[in-house]
Design a protein around this ligand. Sequence first.
Ligand code: TYD
Ligand code: MG
Length: 454
Amino acid sequence: MAKIRTVYVCQSCGHQEAKWLGRCPACNEWSSLVEEVVGTAKKDVSAPPPATVVRLSAVTGAAEMRRTTGIPELDRVLGGGLVKGALVLVGGDPGIGKSTLLLQAAGKLAGAGARCLYVSAEESVQQIKLRAVRLGIDSPELYLAGETSLEALETARAELQPAVLIVDSIQTVGIASLESAVGSVSQIRAATQHLLDLAKQGGLTVFVVAHVTKEGNIAGPKVMEHMVDTVLYFEGERTGPYRILRAHKNRFGSAQEIGVFEMHEDGLRAVGNPSEIFLSQRAHGPGAAVITALEGSRPILLEVQALTAPALYGAPRRITVGFDSQRVAMLTAVLDRRADVDIAGLDVYVNIAGGVRVAEPAADLGVLLAMASAVRGRAVPADTVVVGEVGLSGEVRASAQLAARVVEAKALGFARLLVPKVDLERWKGPPPELPLFGVATVLEALEELDLGRR
Ligand code: TYD
Ligand code: MG
């Protein structure tokens, strides 16, 4: 590697200094200077070479080659398998299972003949071996390295020519010739850039693990998100068995896919039918509703739970887990102003069961009905799935891909769906497999489910 030149850049105003300072002399911000790598001095630019321009139709080899990881849930989140030359970031809280997932993937890939190099600076090769034994992984094509310097890795990579490189983690592996500490913002940026070049030039797929960090001097995965091709986050409650792998960005596929896994003693197992799992411990009674969340290409049925309680101190609280609290505040106002449900003065708690996060507007109506059901003390019928976005005038708005949601609801044994009226009017193709009840307003939805004022 060429000698690396660095400067200290103020992260708040962009001012540059040759040496680190505690306070930026330009904007007076404290501790804002961060070491950054600058490119080596430009060569003679008096006669720049002409840019190469090609006709779109003349570009060949565009059909990207996909290699399966042997873990279908992971493949789907990646957009259909591994792409050559891609840099994939796998982020998540410490202990969530990132190393386990990647070691399992490496085991499958190596077993299928793709040479893998697993670089870990967090665990010794003996520790990795122990884990591999527990996971039942044993392949002559899987190589391990306990290395903290990317430069040192270079020769190993050149000799081995692996198809897949796994770096675990970016916070412990860095460029030794860089002055700043491994794990700092500038180290992570430089190391990511280095791995990016490696992936593109070497034609190999690189996985980089990054721990989500709380405030502190260790930088987190956010620093590298814009540089990499694909960003996957591994989420879930560490104490619970379920883990969700979610694509946040993907240059090679949909960024909405999720993969659901369950942690066992012998590693992660894919969960083929997430809806069944998420609904398995359903509570029956007031304050719950079943919604369909469209996660990438497939709908998943989830239970929304709501609880209301008299607000004792000051302004009523809106506390949510797995759903946007602003949106709950909005839906509360709609219930209060458009549907005559006395909820404005109550504390409201909303939870999506199973530790899943829902961002889809089509979940609105289900959340709203769960809250209304909690206030009125009457249950939403257990055989009903609710779909629809809610607007501020209390109107129920259209949702996407209703047909797929109906199929999933039927598969899980539900008897009917409450849907936006517009979707019913726009329904094309063969008649739906379950009866659909169209509602145009929140009031109509409450009446339909017998949650209206008696
Ligand atoms: P790990 O992959 O080390 O997490 P990360 O790399 O994200 O920090 O896995 C962490 C947890 O998973 C650990 O607490 C133990 C548990 N685990 C199992 O329950 N079963 C297994 O087979 C393995 C390998 C780990
Ligand atoms: Mg780990």
